[in-house]
Every structure is written in C-alpha cells, then in structure tokens.
Design a protein around this ligand. Sequence first.
Ligand code: ZN
Ligand code: ZN
Length: 387
Amino acid sequence: MNSLINQAQKYYPAIKALRHAIHEEPELGFEEFKTAEKVKTFLDSIGVEYVDGVAKTGLIVTIKGKFPGKTILLRADMDALAMDEDPQHALKSKIKGKMHACGHDGHTAGLCLAAALLHENKALLHGEVRLMFQPAEETLGGAQPMIEAGVTQGVDMAFGAHLWGSLEENHVQVKVGAMMAAPDAFKLVVKGKGGHGAMPHMCIDPIVIASSIVVNAQSIVSRSVNPLDQAVLTFGQINGGSAFNVIPNEVTLIGTIRTFSQAVRDLIPTKLEALAKGIAHAHGGDVEFTYEPKYPVLINDEEAVHHSAQSFKKIVGESNVHYLEEPNMGGEDFAYISQVVPSSFIYVGIKKDQDIIHHHPSFEWDDHNLIPLGCGLAQCALDALTE
Ligand SMILES: [Zn+2]
Ligand SMILES: [Zn+2]
C-alpha cells in the first residue's frame, strides 16, 4: 500500500468527523468563520502553524521542511451554496437555505488530511508546503484577495482538486491547458414606455423588444464566433411587467457568457450590446448594458499537470489517472491562482452508479473519497520537494 494512504488511516476518523461537522453547518462566501474554527481545531490537534483571518475567513498553513528548497501551494475552498438540502440525506445541513452541494466540505477536510500527512513527513521535505483554505469560491472569487494578501508569493507550483460527480470513484482527471471557462455575467435593462395593454400604439413595448433581443442574440455564437472556438451565451432570467393588461416601462434580462479565448471573451459582449441597442432603437426604445467579467479561464501548466498525474497515479493506480481532451463550460476561481503560478487542477471522482449532479439538493458522496483527494494533494507536494 502507498505509504501516505497507510499513514492516512489513523487520521481518517477525525477527518471524516470534520467533514461531517462542516457539512452540517454550511456557511456562504466570506462568512466561513465557524468552518475556519473547525479547521483550526484540527490543525491545533496535529500541531501545525497557521495564519488566520486572511481575506476575512481564509487560513494559510506553512509546513517547513528540514532542508531549503521550493515552495508548493495546495488549495481548498470552504464555502457552501444558498440552497436547501434533500431532507432524505443521512448527513445533511442543519442550516436552512444553506448546503454543501459542491463538495467544498470535502475539499476542506481533505486538505486538512494533506496537512497532517505533510507535517508527519516534514523531515523529508526540501522546501516548504503552503496550504490555503480560501473563502468564497462559488460567486465572489475569494482566491483573489488571498493572492493580494501574498499567498502565491514565492510559490513554484500550485495544486488544487475538486470532487467530481461525473467521474467514477478512485479515478482522477487532469488536463493540460484550458480546463474551465471564464464565467462572465451580463445585464440588459430594456427601456420602453409603459401604458394600457389595449393601446399599444401609445406605448413602446419593452416586452416585444426584449423578446426580439433574446431570439436574435442566439445568432451571436452561431454567426459571429469562429466555429472552432467554444462559447455559450445563456439568458438566465427575464423580469418585467406587473399585470395582464399593462405594458411595463422596462424589462430586465440577465445572463452568462462562457468563453475560453480572450478574443471571443471581448467579442461577445460587444456584439450583444450593439445588437440589443440596435433592436431597441429600431422600436424607439433603449437599452442599458452592463457586463461583469468574473473569473478568468482556468489554464493548467503542462509540467504541473504531468507532475500531478504522476503523483496521483501513486494513490489511485497507474490506469486510473486520465488526461482530459476537452474543457468544460463551468467556472472556477482557482483560475486566479493558475494565472500567477504554474498550476494543475485535478478532478477526483465520486460517482458510483450514475452521475452525481453538483449544485443539486440531492448532491451526496461517500466519505472514503477524502482519502484519494487528501493523499493525492499531499503526494503532489511530497514528490515536488523530495525528488
Ligand atoms: Zn460549485
Ligand atoms: Zn466547487
């Protein structure tokens, strides 16, 4: 048996209990105070040093080796989602309207396991391991203020992992290059002139204008983007109107644009704004357009990816590490780290019979997956600092 997996057995009951405690008391982005307290209690129990209160609730653990050398960064995210959990679950949230439906409870507990393993093996290390427990991955980009606080300073290579519902247990996926999209947001406020539903000739109907914008925007990806580039434009929300016989003054459209190249990322909002304004003006109305760039594209470094693949093979077996060919359209704020440090982001499988859907009330996975996640990340650091 791999020696880290062997050593992990004695920490497993505490790591599992930690995951359960975090799962039962989920906290949203930048509010992970109790989660951080639970992590600190575990870190104190194994005797590692840390700095707390980084970017509000974040923690940075430093494990210094006996010899000088490189610095390796390992990362976990701690936040939950604003949604209710399926009440059928044995292990479930005790906080109404909050749930760990993405697996970040597992990332946090798994990184605690990695901390314990690396602390135990620190006499072997040439250099140091920095472990970051970050706030607010889901929408607020908590990795960014941690980078501003210096978490990536002097780091040679970084690794992060995500439990992955469409990948079988004990399997791992890595990918060279672009792995996850830039998940940007936009808002269009269509301004017309309201009035009586029976007298449309005296109004400028923003519902008709908005409908036309939604239909015509579908041609941006199909007609303006190079077919060899990937992009998505989705309207997620339409709001407007108050009664069956009233034409409203305005309608709001909200949506997301997902891209992998900067050129396409620049192109789509420009096209969308021009198209929406053109349609609105033709009807005598107007449009207020706001575009909110969110996380960058998550781009993995080739050398870091090969390194992580070799390390994870020692944990899950030679044939269970797979190189992904295609990226996916999801977003992930580990992208901020991959922009400044050569990085690899790793998917760790949790699927049993059928796909487990993230961000769904019935999202659920087995505790034993904490072992490949925690041991795999620890192995990445160990291999980088002992070779
Ligand atoms: Zn998520
Ligand atoms: Zn996530």
